[in-house]
Design a protein. Structure first.
Length: 151
């Protein structure tokens, strides 16, 4: 069996993915919306890594959610069926209730495919109102950022 998405490194956190045929348009390139799915999936895997448990259980336990406040892309190359690429996660700014996850996708030729910037906003689960980052999350993000700035 071939895995089309799996974590290959913890520092920096890296997800390897293989493009599936169904993720592409009739011209044979990845649909634009699929890149958003790649980014959200990578973010969920990253949250699981930070929390040491499934992201939704961890968020329930600590009463927070992370809806997207902003998402931007800088597309540099296209992807086609069966292309393999790695998405490397770094952390940008960490604010009171938001933080920035920067994802750089690299193809097998070590060329940048895209750079995505995802800014989640931390909210209380039930109220859906902004809240400060939970202490454990802030500490985990800061520790990860410190580790990866020297990699």
């Amino acid at each position: 069996m071939i895995s089309t998405e799996h974590v290959i490194a913890d520092t920096p956190f890296t997800v390897r993915r293989i493009v599936k045929w169904g993720q592409c348009d009739p011209a044979g390139v990845v649909y634009t919306v699929t890149f958003g799915e790649y980014v959200i999936s990578t973010a969920e895997l990253f949250y699981a890594h930070l929390m040491g448990q499934s992201p939704q259980r961890g968020k329930d336990q600590h009463d927070f959610g992370t809806p997207t406040r902003a998402l931007s892309f800088d597309f540099q190359r296209s992807l086609r069926p069966d292309d393999q690429f790695d998405t490397i996660v770094t952390i940008g700014e960490i604010r009171n209730s938001t933080f920035e996850i920067v994802m750089t996708a690299i193809n097998e030729a070590l060329e940048t495919v895209f750079i995505a910037r995802l800014t989640p906003v931390c909210v209380f689960r039930e109220e859906r109102k902004s809240r400060p980052l939970p202490t454990f999350l802030r500490e985990a993000l800061e520790a990860y950022k410190a580790r990866t700035q020297t990699v």
